[in-house]
Design a protein around this ligand. Sequence first.
Ligand code: 5GP
Length: 124
Amino acid sequence: MPYTYDTQNIFAKILRGEIPNSTVMETEHTLAFNDITPQAPHHVLVIPKGAYVCYDHFALEASEAEIVDFTRTIGKLCAQLGVQPGEGGNGFRLITNAGEDAIQEVPHMHIHLVAGRGLGRILQ
Ligand code: 5GP
């Protein structure tokens, strides 16, 4: 089934500059900004600038340039926040919710980067 992208979703409005955001990092294809309801000392939402509904839509249809840019931006964010476990940081978690079962609230592909406290187990 083809994806239908809702151009009125809140992240689309952020990308168009219609509502403010707290930008942490911006590149050619990617925007990272603080979550409005942070669940940890660091809670950054990383979104592609392209119109992708959820992770699989992005992974299957984005260009390699967009995917590389997105992936590297997350790496750079981890370095900027000082949370890289291999570099003396305490680590981080990446989460993406896709669709109904995962209770995806905003239908624009995003990854939550959370860090800065013990995060517990999410899968038992
Ligand atoms: P989801 O449940 O779709 O994975 O997560 C959506 C996230 O977007 C939530 O963590 C929520 O707090 C965040 N969010 C919703 N509206 C806004 C907004 O207007 N600005 C920002 N910065 N984050 C938002």
